[in-house]
Design a protein around this ligand. Structure first.
Ligand SMILES: O=C(O)CCC(=O)C(=O)O
Ligand SMILES: [Fe+2]
Length: 351
């Protein structure tokens, strides 16, 4: 223990001893045994009589721990509610309600070999440079219509099939033209069918995500929680990222823990319950498996060039890397989120 920690714990011990002594000095029987308690009583007598038991410390501690148990630790959404509610099965109920509403099906096992074995398939040069540049140029012209979430994270929503996610640009002519350009350049239905192995039944959510590079300006970055290893949702689903810039190791690449999509723990209510409770008890979310613990799981930074793409299973563990010094640009990625596709009754929207 270092000196500061040692002094800190001595301070706590002294405070506890002092609180107990004050409490004991309220009673004549204890004062009769200890002159020190008499001294304390003489010093604080009048106030002491009005003070609650142990100066109110137990109720303060209880309140604070209840708060910690109930809500503390800023949990990711899927573990929200705190320990007490989670022990009572809150997450299981929540997942049941969400999945019932979405009527989720499990995907058929016809996925490509790579998607099945690793949880993602990298698609080099899905679009050529010229097309990628054209999309980026149109994107830049429409920057004013983006939704800003954080100082370093914004999104231009091109299409949302879900009523749960409002598309502020649904009637914006310029953004719709950009969406049209994207759709005519990228045959996402064919890609989905080729990689995931099933026919797409509804149009995916489409947007352009921008993570700004603040590595050289001393600002707080990456507050959106996706930089922690996590799996996305309660049900199986896929996302396609098309890179609209070069993404190297220093440019906040997507990291994926190969093979972890097989865990599929979200599908099991018992493990969801266990995970949500252990999150609070052990202070971590379903964390990435350490290589020592499981040598078969290793993470891979999915670096790539303008026009490359990756289709990944969101139930595998993944996270966004950070912009590191040396990174020269913002990270711009075109997202196709096939989440709605996993619903048993998806919104059929022009596929
Ligand atoms: O931005 C990234 O690289 C990862 C984001 C993420 O976690 C997600 O889209 O599910
Ligand atoms: Fe994610």
């Amino acid at each position: 223990m270092n000196i500061r920690a040692c002094c800190g714990s001595l301070g706590v011990v002294n405070a506890i001893v002092h609180t107990i002594s004050l409490e004991l000095s309220k009673y004549s029987a204890f004062r009769a045994i200890s002159p020190k308690l008499v001294e304390l009583y003489d010093l604080h007598g009048a106030q002491l009589r009005e003070q609650p038991f142990l100066g109110g410390a137990p109720s303060r501690v209880l309140k604070r721990s209840f708060f910690k148990l109930a809500w503390y630790r800023n949990p990711p959404k899927k573990f929200s509610g705190g320990l007490i509610l989670n022990v009572c099965g809150f997450q299981v109920l929540r997942s049941a309600i969400i999945n019932r509403r979405l009527r989720v099906t499990t995907p058929a096992g016809r996925a490509s070999d790579l998607l099945r074995s690793q949880g993602f398939e990298f698609l080099p040069q899905l679009i050529d440079h010229a097309t990628a540049k054209m999309i980026t140029n149109e994107y830049v012209k429409n920057l004013a219509h983006r939704t800003v979430y954080l100082s370093d994270f914004d999104e231009l929503i091109l299409h949302s099939p879900s009523k749960l996610i409002h598309n502020p640009n649904a009637n914006n002519y310029a953004v719709k033209a950009l969406c049209h350009l994207v759709e005519s350049s990228i045959d996402y239905s064919a890609i989905y069918q080729q990689v995931v192995g099933t026919r797409l039944r509804c149009k995916p959510y489409i947007s352009i995500l921008r993570h700004r590079n603040l590595s050289d300006v001393n600002a707080i970055a990456n507050l959106d929680g996706n930089t922690k290893p996590h799996s996305d949702v309660f049900f199986p689903s896929h996302k396609l990222f098309v890179y609209l810039c070069d993404i190297g190791r220093n440019d906040a690449p997507l990291n994926y823990w190969l093979g972890t999509h097989y865990w599929k723990t979200e599908c099991s209510r018992r493990s969801l319950w266990k995970e949500s409770v252990t999150h609070y008890l052990r202070r971590f979310v379903r964390s990435a498996p350490s290589s020592a613990e499981s040598p078969s799981f290793a993470s891979q930074a999915l670096i790539g060039h303008l026009g490359d793409a990756v289709l990944f299973d969101v139930s595998g563990i993944h996270c966004r890397g950070e912009h590191l010094p040396g990174s020269i640009s913002d990270r711009i990625v075109l997202l196709f989120d096939f989440r709605n596709e996993s619903a048993r009754r998806p919104v059929h929207d022009q596929v």
